[in-house]
Design a protein around this ligand. Structure first.
Ligand code: COA
Length: 213
């Protein structure tokens, strides 16, 4: 299940949040070699890991096996503060109904075609957005994601031209949140809805039929 963690319930998930910062360091600094993110305490934490951040963590029991982060676009976020030029064609997309998505990962033992962690996190992200009337997700991503999102039936709009960043081809994009995208993502790996832990208690009245239908 995917657990939604924000400022309101972070104390309850303190151990998992800390574990996820250590995992992020092992993956992004150790594996991906994004040396700018290196920290002496072995936790990968940046300026957007603040009280506005929303974490979606894939837990097996209490163990973190995957996750991602959402940040409100009305607050400072990666594209607005660090990579605004990646939105040089359509401009930064900001609003109460738009979140920025960063830091998706699956631990190495849960990757590949035989695993469902990646798609559970992706479906959980769309489910969270549908529940919270978020209509779009912006992202600074490596361009290799693009065909994978299109394969999932996602509606992805580039916001600017691709650019090389530290040897990686990257692009700013906006993903429209639709029920179809959520359903396709679930179906891609035969996942059953809801994927969010305790989703039933947080689903707005109008969405209940969708999420449990
Ligand atoms: N560069 C290019 N392609 C990559 C890639 C990379 N760094 N990482 C994954 N891919 C490709 C895989 O080769 C695979 O391609 P295929 O469909 O042609 O086989 C595809 O993306 C997805 O692979 P899949 O097995 O479905 O997903 P996964 O279980 O490996 O999970 C990640 C994908 C990205 C979550 C996982 O590989 C991971 O945690 N990587 C480290 C963290 C990271 O780089 N996150 C993205 C930036 S925030």
């Amino acid at each position: 299940m995917i657990h939604v963690i924000d400022a309101s319930n972070a104390p309850r998930y303190e151990a998992q949040l800390q574990e996820h910062f250590f995992i992020r360091h092992r993956i992004y600094v150790g594996e991906r070699k994004w040396q700018a993110l290196e920290r002496p305490d072995g936790r990968e934490i940046d300026q957007f890991d603040n009280e506005d951040a929303i974490y979606l963590l894939a837990l097996e029991g209490s163990r973190v096996v995957g996750g991602t982060r959402l940040v409100p676009t009305l607050r400072p976020h990666l594209m607005s503060e660090v990579f605004p030029y990646l939105a040089n064609v359509r401009g930064l997309q900001r609003g109460p109904d738009i979140v920025e998505w960063t830091r998706i990962f699956a631990i190495p033992e849960r990757r590949g075609a035989s695993h469902t962690v990646l798609h559970s996190v992706l479906a959980g992200m769309l489910e969270y957005c549908l529940q919270n009337e978020i209509t779009a997700i912006t992202v600074v991503m490596e361009t290799w994601w693009m065909p994978r999102f299109l394969e999932l039936g996602w509606d992805v709009v580039p916001l600017g031209l691709p650019a090389m960043i530290d040897g990686m081809s990257c692009v700013g994009a906006m993903i429209r949140v639709t029920e179809a995208a959520w359903r396709n993502t679930l179906a891609f790996k035969g996942l059953t809805a809801p994927v969010l832990h305790q989703a039933a208690s947080t689903v707005p009245q109008g969405q209940r039929g969708i999420l449990h239908g």
